[in-house]
Design a protein around this ligand. Structure first.
Ligand code: NAD
Length: 258
């Protein structure tokens, strides 16, 4: 059993045009997988595709809005037609949304965050699961967040969406464990990606989190999060089902030092 070996595996990564998704796609390709990159942003998608191709990896890219069912269905159909199978799906695309207290949160913005972060995971799994099962089983990893365990003020839509990802993951794990598909979630803490850079620009207090609220006294490099996603998807995690792996530099320990 090797964590490293994804030779001849077909892996789908959403949100692959940036941050955690880009890094995970690079690792999967490095370990021998044919990686399908999906992202709504054409520029980031092309950059990730070029990066992996330059490193000698097998890669395909698709511009997809993960909150739109017809686009998700078409992507999975394309993978089935071209690659004939799917072994791993990393449903990772997401947005943070703006920070507002609930009474001020624009309803359309709330709906948008829920659609991109939560509905997308439902749609992804709905269309990926039949192909994963036809391929003889596999693994799904859904990106949640430490916000699936906490109540960050101002982030109602984000926290609700990520609590939802945790719940959906557990249900999917229950429904599919006996069919050879393992489903787990990943809960990153503060990770140095464009998402955090944008959030920090909008809210200066956010940037101080890394040095105050995180025992590790730093944010994660995207690689430290992506490595955990790859492990969850690998055969080394063959008995891990319906769990949410928290990778947060100790942010949610919730203790204190005397
Ligand atoms: P990022 O902004 O670097 O990357 C997110 C990617 O998702 C982008 O390429 C973006 O274009 C894509 N995306 C956004 N909406 C999309 C849509 N509708 N369809 C397809 N693609 C879409 O952010 P990241 O930090 O790499 O975030 C990846 C995941 O990790 C997200 O689900 C995020 O909520 C989660 N997360 C991040 C942090 C952090 O601190 N960065 C912490 C916890 C959880």
């Amino acid at each position: 059993m090797s964590i490293k070996d994804f030779t001849d595996k077909v892996v789908l990564v959403t949100g692959a045009g940036s941050g955690i998704g880009r890094e995970a796609a690079r690792i999967f390709a490095d370990q021998g997988a044919l990686v399908y990159l999906a992202d709504v942003g054409a520029h980031g998608l092309a950059e990730t595709k070029d990066l992996i191709a330059e490193l000698g990896g097998k890669v395909q890219a698709a511009r997809v809005d993960v909150s739109v069912e017809s686009e998700v269905a078409a992507l999975v159909k394309r993978i089935a037609k071209e690659a004939g199978r799917l072994d791993v799906a990393f449903n990772n695309a997401g947005v943070s949304g703006q920070a507002h207290r609930i009474e001020d949160y624009p309803t359309a913005d709330f709906d948008r965050v829920i659609a991109i972060n939560l509905r997308s995971v439902f749609l992804g799994m709905k269309h990926e699961l039949p192909l994963l099962k036809r391929s003889g089983g596999g693994a799904i990893v859904n990106t949640a967040s430490v916000a699936a365990l906490t109540g960050p003020g101002g982030m109602s839509a984000y926290a609700a969406s990520k609590h939802g990802v945790h719940g959906l993951t557990r249900v999917a794990a229950m429904e599919n464990a006996a069919h050879g598909v393992r489903v787990n979630a990943l809960a990153p803490g503060w990770t140095e990606t464009p998402m955090v850079v944008t959030a920090s620009a909008q809210n200066p207090g956010f940037a101080q989190l890394a040095t105050t609220a995180i025992p590790a006294k730093r944010g994660a490099h995207p690689n430290e999060i992506a490595a955990a996603a790859v492990w969850l998807a690998s055969d080394a995690a063959s008995y891990v089902m319906g769990q949410m792996l928290v990778v947060d530099g100790g942010m949610t320990i919730g203790g204190f030092e005397l």
